[in-house]
Write a protein of this length. Structure first.
Ligand code: PRT
Ligand code: ZN
Length: 296
């Protein structure tokens, strides 16, 4: 897409302008995040921009590669982009929040038949769409190699004799595998981040803070589960000790004598560990429920 399309000054009426990827791997999750934040967008199909009905936000749909520059230029106030693109473009914008989706790695990959060591890259040809990040990696490791910048299908380069190694994004690793390559070394771990222009007006910063508060509530909710269980009263103290809760667990008597119902919130990371201990301590009828928003 030509960058000139939205280069003209926009009468934004004090709304915060958010740039997201128009169509690609980050698009759906970016729109879902806004929806989870309770922000309703008008008609998002085939549009260059749209706005929210119930929040002072305007959305621009762009190629991900252009987002850091648009945010730095102030055409957009904030943006959602992968760290890989952000560091490659190297624009002086601030990261406001990691968003937990679009996770991938930028990795060096070599032919499956070869043994990897950093030194083997000396004097070799490396195909990549990330020349800036690859050069930084090579410089830091005192490796002199030839960087071949290509914009897509990097993984086919060794097979057609264009390069000896590649440096590309990997998530499952199946693309590398299908092309006879193996992941040898990760040079960057990446996820989608919310970025902001460094010079936002106070009015826009206020809107951004409101948006950020919602995003953080959605993220916390995703990482936590609501748990309800029945506990025999003689084991209640041990069971409560296992459950952190927001302040402390809620305990209510059951109609059956000698039993209580315990309600609490559990972090995803500790989840299975704690469930096993709860069962071992006599907890029964354990229910786990997703949380939609979590305001602490
Ligand atoms: O059109 P536009 O320029 O906006 O999009 P794009 O084609 O440049 O980017 P797109 O939509 O492919 O990716 C957008 C962002 O998603 C990337 O910048 C990353 O931040 C993130 N992301 C997460 C990924 C992947 N995972 C990923 N697996 N981007 C690309 N890939 C590709 C990779 O390049 C390789 O071709 O998927 C293939 C590898 O996947 P596996 O699962 O086989 O390893
Ligand atoms: Zn792109």
């Amino acid at each position: 897409m030509s960058k000139n399309v939205i280069d003209t000054p926009l009468g934004d009426g004090g709304k915060l302008r958010l740039a997201i990827q128009k169509s690609g791997r980050l698009s759906e999750d970016s729109l879902k995040l806004l929806k989870d934040c309770g922000i309703d967008l008008r008609n998002v199909k085939d549009r260059l921009k749209t706005e929210a009905d119930n929040f002072p936000l305007e959305i621009f749909f762009l190629r991900d590669d252009d987002i850091p520059e648009y945010v730095n230029d102030g055409v957009a106030d904030i943006g959602i982009v992968g760290e890989n693109v952000l560091y490659e473009k190297n624009k002086p914008v601030d990261i406001v929040e990691k968003l937990g989706f679009g996770k991938c790695r930028l990795s060096v990959a070599i032919k499956r038949s070869e043994e990897y060591s950093k030194e083997m890259l000396q004097g070799k040809r490396i195909a990549t769409s990330y020349p800036v990040l690859v050069k930084k990696f090579l410089d830091e490791n005192n490796i002199k190699a030839d960087i071949h910048e290509i914009s897509g299908s990097v993984e086919i380069a060794p097979g057609i004799g264009l390069a000896d190694a590649v440096c590309d994004l990997v998530s499952s690793g199946s693309t590398l595998f299908m092309n006879g390559l193996k992941e040898a070394e990760t040079i960057l771990k990446s996820e989608a981040v919310l970025i902001q222009n460094k010079k936002l007006s106070e009015e826009k910063l206020n809107i951004l803070n409101k948006l950020l508060f919602r995003i953080q509530s959605v993220k916390k909710a995703k990482n936590n589960k609501y748990i309800l269980l029945n506990a025999p009263n003689d084991k209640l103290q041990e069971i409560i000790a296992l459950l952190p809760g927001m302040k402390s667990p809620t305990v209510l008597p059951l109609a059956t004598e000698g039993w209580s119902s315990v309600h609490s919130v559990l972090n995803e990371n500790d989840f299975w560990d704690i469930i096993e201990q709860l069962k071992a301590h006599g907890a029964q009828g354990i229910l786990v429920v997703p949380i939609e928003k979590m305001i602490i």
